[in-house]
Design a protein around this ligand. Structure first.
Ligand code: NOJ
Length: 536
């Protein structure tokens, strides 16, 4: 396990819209370099950059045409190497986005594999049936009619993303290969080759690991328990432990018992419909309302989350870290339906829980989800969460046009800005000590200054009791109190005061709070929408 993860706080960057250094309307790698000090000041010491490789951008770069080449619109490989150097100089780390499950249909491997007689090396690099006349398998998407080769291929996501071939768990047709087939092993080895290309090796110049896209998607039918996919990742982890022991891997999987046992160091909780994570901030109603735990008038208690989280945490605490995210490029923005106060309480929780937290660019200022933007690069409903970072106040053009994002004409921007007069921005929030931005800074600082509040698995739930019934003295069962080492944290996102009987040894000393809270008469008292951290 890379030691540096112990106090890591990640910042996710969507490179298209973070900072444009050359006035062409789109963000770039040099732009990220220029903003490294901002990210460090925020308290984040690690980055995850969404795919920045050569691509036709039919899915914002998750359709890679060349894994070893930075997309020219972001700069060149030299810019990426410089980014690694500049980050390392500041004691920061950089994860690139690895897309192992599919490529672009324009990748040379796929171009070759489409031919009537593909060369041996790439004949089975993708999953091809042996005739165009094939009507599919439940849960898999087949495309016919696109190639000279007589067959259909499977796509992993969009039509433009043919699935790489790591084999089938149950082989029922001649064209289905088992994961141990040499051609499937060759796909896995090709992935290792890409990883070795970018990772920090002897030359000391390279990335510090990968965020892995759809990491659970490798072996096809019927790998429901993901044992065959897990075996591939365990093999890759062995390679990393041997050659790059400092490299970190975080999976887009959303099931820590599977992913962390498969060798990932971290796994994101995702907002899938069945996830407890969703109940925290993204429990949306059909009419656009938000019913989440962190909504002041939301429904239910923290157990909707804990009932799933705690068994996962207990089962995996010796294997790796669960990552709580503020959001990402696929989710509606955190601010969607949440007030700044509600967001700050959520940040208070994710930055004081175990595991390794991730902050999506712009969430620290509460950037808004822009409705009804025309889709961009396969974004569809996700497009509204990918708009340009709002660095400067629209009223103070001194900091540069387009709210400090780009010196290009507004019509040239990759996506439009939030043009509201009250659009959140860094410049204004930096000057306001009570802003969301400054709250996020204080919370991250608090975390990183105290070993007990960093990643390690020292969580003890003090309230509510497991499966406990809600309680009138507890703001309708809405408060959540937990201990980590010498610290006790209490959160009450609800509209009523909570008074939770709690016996603690010694006198708790308040070290940080949002709103009013305290210990009195054997109770932890949390006023509406408050959060406190006590040393005790
Ligand atoms: C998950 C990524 O986060 C998403 O943006 C992408 O569209 C799909 N995987 C396909 O790669």
């Amino acid at each position: 396990m890379p030691k540096w993860l112990d106090d890591a706080v990640f910042y996710e960057i969507y490179p298209q819209t973070f900072y444009d250094s050359n006035a062409d309307g789109i963000g770039d790698i040099q732009g990220i370099i220029e903003k490294l000090d901002y990210i460090r000041e925020l308290g984040c010491n690690a980055l995850w950059i969404n795919p920045c490789f050569d691509s036709p951008f039919k899915d914002a770069g998750y359709d890679v045409r060349d894994y070893k080449k930075a997309a020219p619109r972001y700069g060149g490989n030299e810019d990426l190497f410089r980014l690694f150097d500049e980050a390392h100089r500041r004691n920061m780390r950089v994860l690139l986005d690895l897309v192992p499950g599919h490529t672009s249909e324009e990748h040379q491997w796929f171009v070759e594999s489409k031919k009537i007689a593909p060369c041996d090396e790439f004949k089975n690099r993708y999953i091809w049936t042996d005739s165009w006349y094939f009507w599919g398998i439940e849960g898999l998407k087949f495309i016919a009619g696109e190639a000279e080769r007589d067959g259909c291929y499977i796509v992993n996501f969009f039509k433009s993303q043919p699935a790489l071939n790591y084999g089938f768990r149950d082989c029922r047709e001649k064209w289905q290969l088992p994961p141990e087939h040499p051609d499937c092993i060759a796909t896995r080895e090709a992935l290792k080759d890409i990883m070795r290309f970018w990772l920090k090796g002897d030359k000391g110049r390279g990335c510090d690991g990968f965020r892995v896209d759809m990491a659970d998607s490798l072996v096809k039918f019927d790998d429901k328990q993901k044992s065959a996919t897990g075996a591939i990742w365990r093999n890759i982890r062995e390679m990393l432990d041997g050659e790059f022991p400092e490299a970190a891997m975080v999976s887009e999987w959303g099931s820590p018992p599977q992913s962390l046992k498969a060798g990932f160091h971290m796994d994101f909780l995702l907002d899938h419909s069945s996830s407890g994570y969703r109940s925290l901030v993204r429990d949306y109603e059909n009419d656009g309302g938000n019913n989440s735990y962190f909504k002041m008038d939301g429904n239910g208690g923290i157990n909707l989350f804990l009932d799933q989280y705690i068994p996962w945490y207990e089962a995996t605490k010796n294997d790796g870290f669960i990552s709580l995210i503020s959001g990402n490029h696929d989710t509606p923005r955190l601010s969607h339906g949440l007030s700044p106060r509600e967001m700050s309480l959520y940040f208070a929780m994710i930055f004081t829980m175990p595991g390794v937290p991730f902050l999506y660019y712009g969430d620290e200022i509460g950037m808004r989800y822009l409705y009804q933007l025309p889709t961009k690069e396969g974004g569809y409903g996700r497009t509204g969460s990918r708009t340009p970072m709002q660095w400067a106040s629209p009223k103070e053009p001194s900091a540069g046009g387009n709210m400090g994002f780009s010196a290009a004409g507004p019509e040239q921007l990759y996506l439009p800005l939030d043009t509201g007069a009250d659009a959140p921005n860094v410049e204004v929030q930096e000057k306001d000590t009570s802003s969301l931005l400054n709250t996020v800074k204080k919370l991250i600082k608090l975390r990183r200054n105290e070993e007990d509040l960093c990643a390690k698995p020292n969580l003890e739930i003090l309230h509510p009791a497991a499966g406990g019934a809600s309680n009138a003295a507890d703001s309708g069962g809405r408060s959540f109190i937990y201990r980590r080492g010498a610290f006790i944290m209490g959160i009450n996102p609800g509209a009523n005061t909570a008074q939770v009987p709690l016996s603690v040894h010694g006198i708790p000393t308040l070290v940080y709070s949002i709103g009013a809270c305290g210990f009195e008469n054997g109770c932890c008292k949390l006023e509406p929408q408050s959060f406190g951290v006590w040393k005790c």
